[in-house]
Design a protein around this ligand. Sequence first.
Ligand SMILES: Nc1ncnc2c1ncn2[C@@H]1O[C@H](COP(=O)(O)OP(=O)(O)OP(=O)(O)O)[C@@H](O)[C@H]1O
Length: 247
Amino acid sequence: MPTIVLHDLTLGYDRHPAVHHLSATIAAGSLTAVVGPNGAGKSTLLKGIMGTLPPLTGHIVRDRTRIAYLPQQAEIDRSFPIAVHELVAMGLWAGIGPFGRVTATHRDLIAKALAAVGLTGFERRSIAALSGGQLQRVLFARVLLQDAQVILLDEPFTAIDARTAADLLAIVRRWHDEGRTVVAVLHDMDTVRAQFPETMIVARELIAHGPTRLALTAANLLRARQMCESFDDAAPVCDVPAKGAAA
Ligand SMILES: Nc1ncnc2c1ncn2[C@@H]1O[C@H](COP(=O)(O)OP(=O)(O)OP(=O)(O)O)[C@@H](O)[C@H]1O
């Protein structure tokens, strides 16, 4: 089972740091909520763990295991001419590559994943013709197909109705019961308190991390808000030396 260790991690864009000197250990099989104000660096952190955004300083240690990522809906180009079954089939890429042949067995897996998210019969529909909640179900089906040990979810329950949120939350619980490591960016603190045993509060740097009842306090949330409000987005490159660097 993979543990993810973040060592003094700084992530950013064009050398402007968005996440500063963050160190944390995400235990194998844990179910962790990442919370913090808008612009706090939560999505950036997921991209760093995913490996799509290389660290400016520090590093990440994790097993070379399969990792699945559910992006924010806003990052999906709905105008792209692709059908539901084609989008879900992308979950097979780690196994067969982007140009691999989708066999009858694969089609069966796609059908099962769509059934698991309540979208049987939607295979041929264009993603442009889906509601927001339906698209989120399709994205979950793609993650299901990836069969990854580490699953990163960016705002998986935002802008969907209560029924869809409950259905998708049940899938997240199942992943947790199966021993997978799940990290989800969330804004609804009630969901975090009720469903996520671990919480990480991020506000450009790590504010708190640990069991939700200890980490998710009013004082820590206030500190996170104050940190983000005082952060200068136009600040130059980070001037805090990496740990272990010569002064
Ligand atoms: N592609 C990018 N290029 C330049 N700056 C970026 C890019 N993506 C994010 N940022 C900046 O990095 C900072 C952190 O953004 P990020 O999206 O990680 O925050 P977040 O906590 O996920 O916010 P939200 O809750 O609003 O989704 C912000 O100042 C943002 O403007």
